[in-house]
Design a protein around this ligand. Structure first.
Ligand code: AHR
Length: 501
């Protein structure tokens, strides 16, 4: 059952864009209210931002954060969330059947991003609105001064433009659940016209076109082809979303599902290249995997929610240890597609299907999935992704075929000599040996081998016991004469940090 292989600095997949470690914050449940924003909380700063949450966000080093949705954005009037707070209307949010107070909006988000050291990534509403609101929001955010919306921003206390670079052209417009759901033809047209005027306001922006909201959508991948035929030359990225769950309560199948995410990316990239060829274009379409995570625990609980409350406990998954291993497997898929996936956002960041939980008036802590996601942002976002050539024993899955027990991604930063290996062991009971030829790096040694493992697959980090599942620096990886060996704990997520040179 030994896994052998070679990692070599010249076997390169592609350069990693640091934005691969991004996150997502939606006006949903308690992500914003009592998540990142809670005036009156003991740790709240002068803007009402929870500094305990900010600390946990900063520890991840989140490069980019998508906002304000999600399904929410397709019914959102951005004007409701700017200007004096006492004049902001309370609206019905039809996406999540709650009331939105609008006490937090675009300017607060930009202020929060500055404090969190993250770049904003904003979505426009292509559900109930369109071209007009798209151009006015870009003008409000990015135009310096001397026009109605830029001067409105200044009147609201923000003299300097926000300089929002990345913009999403709506959200999941292929889904019938979306407010203002559209056919691919309808969406392709409005996305193109919105993109055009947004760039006329600010030619420096980057645009993300909505791809399919899941690989299982009946319109996938025809949706991608049609919308790209409309917009190929006007946009920079196509979006993908994937949520993985264990509804069948079958651990082996749950762990295999990241293979489906891998196929999804390959198919989307192939569809982009098909349209590129059709259009005789020189441009490569990059991908924005702007919603990815494990999500299933809260589905049954959410069905019982009373409508029209404000910031309820909604879409709050309390993650288990095994969810963290699956989260890590998703990290590896993203890294192995770093040549195409330039932006990725874990969905979401705080309280709502999130690595961070925050109790109203109380503490904030790290869920199990915090750790693999943090590993991506801290150790996987600089340098090049290398193509591991490995031979792992496999198990058979009726849906995904031969699934390797050992799943590996490798990131090398030549400048610092950091070679980071991200390794999951899918085997439920066996410690599996690994042997890797690293001679291509010259002198190399192991600086740290962290292991996330737990005897109980259902172990959680709770308010009472927030450190039940934490990584330990007790892995046995070592390098002798250019060969790395390690014994990988059953059901574990490992980060082996090597130094070369
Ligand atoms: O992240 C939760 C929801 O999942 C988002 O609002 C939507 O885009 C997706 O369906």
């Amino acid at each position: 059952m030994k896994t052998t292989g070679i990692i070599h600095p010249q076997y390169q997949i592609g350069a990693i864009d640091p934005r691969i470690g991004g996150a997502f914050l939606e006006h949903l449940g308690r992500a914003i209210y009592t998540g990142i924003y809670e005036p009156g909380h003991p740790t709240a700063d002068e803007d009402g931002f929870r500094t305990d949450v900010l600390d946990l966000v900063r520890q991840i080093n989140v490069p980019i954060t998508r906002y304000p949705g999600g399904n929410f954005v397709s019914g959102y009037n951005w004007e409701d969330g700017v200007g004096p707070r006492e004049q902001r209307p309370v609206r019905l949010d039809l996406a999540w059947r709650v009331r939105e107070t609008n006490q937090f909006g675009t300017n607060e988000f930009i202020q929060w991003c500055k404090k969190a050291n993250t770049e904003p990534m904003m979505a426009i509403n292509l559900g109930t609105r369109g071209v007009d609101a798209a151009r006015s929001l870009v003008e409000y955010c990015n135009h310096p001064s001397g026009s109605y919306y830029s001067d409105l921003r200044r009147a609201h206390g923000f003299e300097a433009p926000h300089g929002v670079k990345v913009w999403c052209l709506g959200n999941e417009m292929d889904g019938p659940w979306q407010i203002g759901h559209k056919t691919a033809e309808e969406y392709g047209r409005v996305a193109l016209e919105s993109a055009k005027v947004m760039r006329w306001v600010d030619p420096s922006i980057e645009l993300v076109l909505c791809g399919s909201s899941a690989a299982g959508m009946p319109t996938f991948p025809q949706w991608e082809q049609t919308v790209l035929e409309h917009c190929y030359e006007q946009v920079d990225y196509l979006s993908l979303h994937t949520y993985i769950g264990d509804q069948e309560q079958n651990t082996a199948r749950f762990l295999a599902k990241s293979v489906g995410m891998d196929h999804f990316i390959s198919t989307v990239a192939a569809t982009c290249d098909h349209v590129k060829a059709q259009k005789r274009s020189k441009k490569t379409m990059y991908l924005s995997f702007d919603e990815w995570n494990v999500w299933y625990h809260s589905h049954s609980h959410d069905a019982e929610l009373e409508p029209w409350s404000v910031a309820p406990r909604q879409v709050e998954d309390y993650y288990t240890f095994i969810d963290a291993v699956v989260n890590g497997l998703m990290v590896n898929v993203l890294l192995r597609h770093a040549d195409r996936v330039k932006i990725a956002c874990i969905a979401q960041l705080v309280n709502v299907i999130a690595p961070i939980l925050a109790e109203p008036g109380g503490p904030a802590w790290k869920q199990t999935i915090y750790y693999p996601y943090q590993d991506l942002a801290l150790y996987g976002s600089k340098g090049v992704s290398l193509q591991p050539v490995i031979n792992s024993p496999c198990y058979d899955d009726s849906q995904f075929g031969a699934v390797p027990y050992i799943d590996l991604a490798a990131v090398y930063d030549e400048e610092s000599g950091a070679l980071n290996l991200f390794i999951a062991n899918r085997h439920e009971s066996e410690t599996l040996p690994l042997e890797l030829d690293l001679r291509g790096f010259g002198a190399v040694w192991v600086a740290a081998h962290s292991v996330l493992a737990h005897a109980d697959n259902n172990a959680r980090n709770t308010l009472q016991a927030p450190n039940t599942v934490v990584p330990r620096l007790d892995g046995d990886a070592r390098v002798v004469d250019g060969t790395l060996t390690a014994n990988l704990t059953p059901l574990s997520w490992n980060v082996v940090r090597c130094k070369a040179g």
